[in-house]
Design a protein around this ligand. Structure first.
Ligand code: 5GP
Length: 122
């Protein structure tokens, strides 16, 4: 899937639309989700133009990948959610209902998040 330069997170990265920023460094930007699904719901995105985890893991440089993963951890530490616990989640493609075609890792925290995802047999 080709990267769409007009996706909403590309516009946030270019500063064309605002975000509630919680972290930024060379490789990543983190901001609060506009429609939070938990008391704390932050999105962490790489600064490079990657559609999803498949694209990023195949095309991203070692420095970008290391920088992004380190950023996810740093955001969690800075938000003070490590001890209580948090969930990271990345939706990739149609079955996962990925809405925005720029890789993003959700960080959820601030309550008991329950177990994993709904069991497929239910
Ligand atoms: P996905 O379903 O692609 O994994 O999640 C996309 C997320 O982006 C959703 O949780 C949605 O609320 C969030 N989102 C969509 N548009 C915006 C926006 O303009 N600003 C922010 N901060 N979050 C957005």
């Amino acid at each position: 899937m080709a990267y769409d330069n007009d996706n909403i997170f590309a516009k946030i990265l270019r500063g064309e639309i605002p975000c509630d920023k919680v972290f930024e460094d060379e490789h990543a930007l983190a901001f609060r989700d506009i429609n939070p699904q938990a008391p704390l719901h932050v999105l962490v995105i790489p600064k490079g133009a990657y559609v999803n985890m498949d694209d990023f893991s195949a095309q991203g440089s070692d420095a970008e990948i290391a920088g992004f993963i380190r950023a996810v951890g740093q955001v969690a530490r800075e938000l003070g959610i490590v001890d209580a616990g948090f969930r990271t989640l990345a939706n990739n493609g149609p079955d996962a209902h990925q809405e925005v075609p720029h890789l993003h890792v959700h960080i959820f925290a601030g309550r008991d998040l329950g177990r994993m995802i709904k069991n497929f047999k239910d």
